[in-house]
Design a protein around this ligand. Structure first.
Ligand code: SF4
Length: 722
């Protein structure tokens, strides 16, 4: 690299949707390492990528020269934008300087690239530490305010999240026998803070007029800076609360007795085994009637459950959320499990998977035993490391999928950090031997790193007696995503895989479609990819003590809101009674016995009522929804909240607070069901969605419509062939 042109970083400022890069990455700290070339003519060169539609920009630099060795001498700095001088600044070491330059739009290159060079005629050495923050402000006031408001709303969102996390952590602390009262007090203080309380129920308003009248302040970056500070403070506090949660969830695990508190649901109806399939059939019938009648509130129970029983994991796979700093470790509690037990008689499909390793859950045994008794066909997705010690639990599952992404220990263990390739193979062999009837699957996440091992993965699968292999492309890891130079390798490896699959009767579920391969054709160098994977950050658990946690919480001093001038009408909002979230988590008493005959009677009555309603509808009433998931699937996360579906992580309810009936009929669920009949109302994620499982359970719906001679006037999607 040229000593005279030290490139600090390319900062993408192009995104108008997510304000985060704007508020955070837009501020670039150049540390002493980046500025070792101070004694050169060019001090620092920064490259920015601006939106192509950009109007004029203000470029603001906050220069902090404190502790440098320039003493009280001043330094002249020249700012050049794409080769033209735009400002000359004089700074000294004693303070922080906010400097502003206007970058005319004609200086921004066509591809949106802008290079700013800061240079000084002074020859200084060893200038450190030094900070350089930059921020761009669109001179188009309306556009800028919109962006700022989005940023502000985002900050309010973090406050909401913080409150939810604190409440969750407090709830867990209630279950820890030795109560750490000091920690509880600190957390309670956060909850009691009026501004945190307000953020839960009443969103703070963003005062546009204030900003309009104080545009000078905007230009000087003061408000921008304030929001950024506030966001950083909130994030730090949030991370500390998450640390508390992770620390105590471990204690909680220790203090909970095994699965003894989870009682199996017993049935008081006669011929339980036979009647359970009648109940499921009736429930599905009712569910289909509710779809045909476009019901937003349902009385039936969705027949598919996707269960993220715990997000704790013994691995730290490189692509996994476990390594993210905001990861809050959660397990479904006994209380959640009791509520889920109530749903099991209606469930036809259960998949236990999610972010963690489900075999670590102490409640899995009772839950899967219940599912087995009720003749469900539960499916488990595991990393394969605990098979030998949890065979008794695995016996309850009819299908087990193991994440298996490589054919060599070197690649496997690089991706799945903390795994042992040989032990996992031994475990699968043992499971096959113990459970010869079980459907065993490999779940392969295909990337540039393992694409050349696909054929061999099938060979290992055949040797271990695997019945199915699913291949899905890696996502959200650009350097591992497949590109055009990998296409030929895939063709060859997939041909070899198909040959083995045919020979050993292995079913292939392939989701690696031609359009997955991007146009980029960076050559594939395996050793480099391996090195790249190994240096991805892994978040090891922090070993905290109660004292340390108390110290961290205390140091935030709850200074996490900005100056009241940001808010309308320029003062802190009043705290009203109604703004205080008073809803304490009430223990919900779940039933432990199930009256099958009574349930059947209730469902039959409802079917009768809805059939009459159906018959009274005119022919033009009927529409096929865009997706059936909102009626047919329940997804429960390990923190007890309901998630939209397997593809989109939007919270739609709270099993833990409301119970399962209320959580599947929450306001969000009702809105989403309604939107499925009108494209304009649909969530952007749903509009984009082409997932095949949108039509899960379609056949039953088709049969019922045929029986009632229903022709859909509008199909929300052409692929639905009714
Ligand atoms: S349309 Fe797609 S994203 Fe939306 S609920 Fe259905 S499966 Fe999920």
């Amino acid at each position: 690299m040229n000593n005279h042109q030290e490139i600090i970083r390319t900062i993408p400022l192009g995104s108008k949707i997510n304000p985060l890069p704007y508020l955070r990455n837009g501020w670039q700290t150049a540390n002493s390492v980046a500025l070792v070339y101070w004694n050169s003519a060019k001090w620092a060169e920064l490259v920015f990528l601006l939106p192509k539609t950009a109007a004029n920009y203000y470029f603001m630099a906050e220069l902090s020269l404190a502790d440098s060795n320039i003493g009280h001498n001043s330094v002249d700095i020249t700012v050049e934008a794409n080769g033209r001088n735009v400002a000359n600044w004089q700074v000294n070491s004693s303070s922080i300087h906010d400097k502003l330059a206007i970058i005319p739009k004609e200086l921004i290159a066509h591809d949106g690239l802008l290079t700013i060079v800061l240079s000084s005629a002074d020859k200084c050495v060893n200038l450190r530490p030094i900070q350089l923050h930059t921020v761009f402000i669109d001179t188009n006031l309306a556009a800028y305010l919109k962006e700022l408001q989005t940023g502000f709303d985002w900050v309010c969102g973090v406050r909401k999240q913080l409150l939810a996390t604190v409440r969750k952590v407090l709830f867990s602390l209630d279950n820890v026998s030795a109560q750490p009262s000091q920690i509880k007090n600190y957390l309670q203080k956060i909850i009691d803070d009026p501004y945190v309380k307000l953020s839960h129920k009443t969103d703070l308003s963003f005062d546009l007029d204030y900003f309009r009248h104080n545009f000078v302040k905007l230009k000087e970056g003061e408000i921008h800076y304030q929001i950024r500070q506030w966001l950083d403070g909130l994030n730090n506090l949030h991370n500390s609360v998450i640390d508390v949660g992770n620390y105590f969830s471990k204690q909680l695990d220790l203090s909970l007795s095994n699965s003894s508190e989870i009682k199996l649901l017993t049935a008081s109806g006669i011929d339980f085994n036979e009647k359970i399939s009648v109940l499921r059939g009736k429930n599905e019938h009712l569910n289909n009637l509710e779809i045909l009648l476009q019901k937003e509130t349902i009385t039936s129970t969705p027949s598919t459950l996707y269960l993220d029983i715990t997000n704790a994991c013994n691995f730290r796979c490189r692509m996994c959320y476990q390594s993210k700093s905001h990861f809050l470790r959660t397990n479904l509690s006994n209380r959640h499990m009791l509520m889920l037990m109530e749903m099991t008689p209606y469930l036809s499909n259960i998949t236990v998977a999610g972010l963690g390793e489900p075999l670590l859950s102490k409640n899995l045994e009772s839950f899967s035993t219940q599912a087995k008794i009720l003749h469900c066909t539960p499916h488990l997705i595991t990393n394969g490391s605990l098979i030998s010690s949890r065979l008794n639990v695995l016996r309850n599952f009819s299908k087990v999928s193991i994440s298996f992404d490589a054919a060599t220990a070197k690649t496997f263990e690089a991706i799945r950090y903390r795994s042992n390739f040989e032990i996992i193979k031994q475990n699968i062999r043992l499971l096959r031997k113990e459970e010869p009837e079980m459907i065993l699957c490999f779940s392969v996440v295909l990337s540039r790193l393992n694409i050349d091992e696909l054929g061999q993965i099938f060979e290992i699968g055949a040797e271990l007696g695997v019945n199915e292999i699913s291949i899905t492309p890696i996502e959200h890891m650009p350097f591992l995503e497949l590109n055009s130079s990998d296409r030929q390798i895939f063709v060859e490896e997939f041909a070899a895989a198909k040959k083995i699959a045919k020979q050993y009767n292995i079913k292939i579920n392939n989701s690696v479609f031609p359009e997955i391969f991007s146009d980029n054709n960076t050559p594939r160098i395996k050793e480099e990819l391996l090195r790249g994977v190994k240096i991805l950050p892994i978040k090891e658990e922090r070993h905290l003590t109660i004292e340390k946690i108390a110290e961290i919480l205390l140091c935030h001093k709850f200074q996490y809101y900005p100056d009241p001038v940001v808010f309308y009408p320029h003062k802190w909002p009043e705290v009203t009674e109604s703004a205080i979230p008073s809803k304490a988590v009430q223990p919900l008493l779940a039933r432990t016995s199930f009256r099958l005959d009574e349930e059947l009677q209730k469902i039959n009555q409802k079917i009768e009522q809805l059939t009459a309603e159906l018959k009274a509808k005119p022919a033009h009433f009927f529409k096929m929804p865009y997706c059936l998931d909102p009626w047919k699937l329940v997804y429960i996360k390990s923190n007890g909240t309901n998630r939209l579906c397997c593809h989109v992580d939007i919270i739609t309810g709270n099993l833990g607070e409301d119970g399962h009936k209320a959580s599947i009929n929450s306001l969000e669920c009702r809105k989403i069901r309604k939107s499925m009949f009108n494209v304009d109302d649909m969530l952007p994620e749903c509009k984009r969605c082409q997932a095949a499982d949108r039509y899960m359970g379609l056949r039953g719906l088709q049969e019922l419509s045929k029986k009632h001679q229903i022709n859909f006037v509008e199909k929300m999607c052409d692929e639905v062939n009714i």
